[in-house]
Design a protein around this ligand. Structure first.
Ligand SMILES: [Mg+2]
Length: 218
């Protein structure tokens, strides 16, 4: 009985976390730049690749520890630890794809680090007076080109979980998509199949049944 190799790709903000923590932090720590640039991001005048660093690089490096600390108390979507256990039982690696910063994502996910295969996001450098933002996976208009990272994994069965417009390219690469909020609306508009979810319990319940099916197919 051959196992179908499966990899799970998940967004972070508004997906693993309940709230858009990255937007909240940008508004709190860079209020002026956010006021100026966020509307331009939303209208499409500025790309994420240019706009997000433009906001973050107005934040003094000295305040970064405060941002990291703030992340530690952000609420995760219910059922996340149990979902990680399910992936472990089925030997499915979890790749977190985030348009946020690795340092912020890991501040919250550190307790689960051993159960996460890889975190892909931008990086903040704090040597200078202000933050400097780097991304090894920038592509097109995106600071983190989620679909390009997924393609690195070749012909495995790809499952994606997301919540917003920035997850659309990821959803298009995936064989199975869990979507909520704006991503779910866009999937409907594009007539693409997806599984709606509210919590990670919903996802785990669906996957338990789905994985039984893929196991018998191999
Ligand atoms: Mg999100």
């Amino acid at each position: 009985m051959g196992l179908v190799k499966t990899v799970l790709f998940s967004d972070f903000d508004g997906t693993i976390t309940e709230q858009e923590t990255f937007s909240l932090l940008m508004k709190e720590f860079a209020p002026e730049a956010s006021r100026q640039i966020v509307p331009r991001l939303l209208s499409g005048e500025t790309t994420l690749r240019d706009g997000v660093p433009a906001i973050l690089e107005t934040i003094p490096s000295a305040r970064f520890p405060e941002m990291v600390n703030r992340m530690r108390s952000m609420a995760l979507r219910p059922g996340f630890p149990e979902f990680l256990d399910l992936l472990e039982r089925h030997s499915i690696p979890l790749v977190v794809l985030s348009g946020s910063l690795v340092e912020l994502v890991m501040a919250r996910l550190a307790p689960y680090a051993s159960k996460i295969s890889r975190v892909v996001a931008a990086h903040a450098e704090t040597d200078g007076t202000f933050l400097r933002i780097y991304s090894e996976t920038a592509g097109g208009s995106e600071l983190v080109h989620k679909a390009a990272v997924m393609r690195e994994y070749g012909g495995v069965l790809k499952i994606a979980i997301g919540d917003s417009v920035t997850d659309l390219t990821m959803a298009r690469e995936a064989d199975l998509v869990f979507a909520r909020s704006i991503l779910a609306e866009r999937m409907k508009t594009e007539n693409r199949p997806f599984v709606p979810y509210g919590t990670f319990f919903d996802i785990s319940n669906y996957l338990e049944i789905f994985l039984k099916g893929t196991r018998n197919r191999g």
